[in-house]
Design a protein around this ligand. Structure first.
Ligand SMILES: CC(C)(COP(=O)(O)OP(=O)(O)OC[C@H]1O[C@@H](n2cnc3c(N)ncnc32)[C@H](O)[C@@H]1OP(=O)(O)O)[C@@H](O)C(=O)NCCC(=O)NCCS
Length: 170
């Protein structure tokens, strides 16, 4: 994998079933307790929205979001571990939020392991707020781990500020 692959030239497109093999490589490297391939494939059948982050024909990351009844739920977001920390996660998350807006969701929810400091930092950075916890939600080595529940209201001033930053407007 080329470590020079930068977010500026990576693009987002819908995730396809033909991405599953490569996506599962990322999934297994990125998570200590990855989704199974069956769960990944079921997301296509369930009508969830999947986004692929691709550069030069190589899948670098992906995200899944489900949108219903005014609420969106980010179910997964992962970046190839060799290419983390380059802004790809932020890029994917912004586009997942765009999908939620397209479905006219009023808020976006997600769960994250208490120990996942990188993802938590990303969610804070994007304007998500912790709204609750699910004790012992995730499997973990030898015991279970709590999930923190994060939410973002889609009229958040944080997002407006981020959008302005991107357009370069004062
Ligand atoms: C979480 C994940 C998607 C973030 O993607 P990424 O490409 O590494 O993140 P980015 O480079 O876009 O960084 C975005 C923000 O995350 C935070 N971040 C990134 N790397 C970090 C690190 N090593 N330590 C602390 N915070 C970090 C920062 O807030 C950063 O913003 P900044 O660069 O402006 O400071 C990625 O690390 C990943 O795939 N992790 C494994 C799967 C996972 O845990 N997914 C989330 C499940 S809830």
């Amino acid at each position: 994998m080329n470590a020079q692959l930068k977010p500026a030239s990576a693009h987002i497109r819908p995730l396809r079933e033909s991405d599953v093999v490569r996506a599962m490589e990322i999934e297994r490297k990125a998570y200590p307790f990855p989704w199974s391939e069956a769960i990944f494939r079921d997301c296509f059948k369930s009508g969830y929205s999947g986004l692929a982050l691709e550069q030069s024909g190589v899948l670098l990351g992906y995200g899944w979001i489900s949108c219903a009844a005014g609420e969106a739920h980010i179910m997964n977001v992962a970046v190839e571990p060799d290419l983390q920390g380059l802004g790809h996660g932020k890029h994917l998350l912004k586009r997942l939020i765009d999908v939620a807006r397209w479905y006219r969701a009023e808020r976006v929810l997600l769960e994250v392991r208490r120990s996942n400091v990188v993802a938590i930092s990303l969610y804070h950075h994007m304007g998500f707020n912790e709204i609750g916890q699910r004790p012992n939600y995730y499997p973990a080595q030898g015991k279970r781990e709590d999930a923190l529940i994060y939410a973002m209201e889609l009229h958040s001033p944080w997002l407006a500020a981020l959008a302005l930053q991107e357009t370069g407007l004062p």
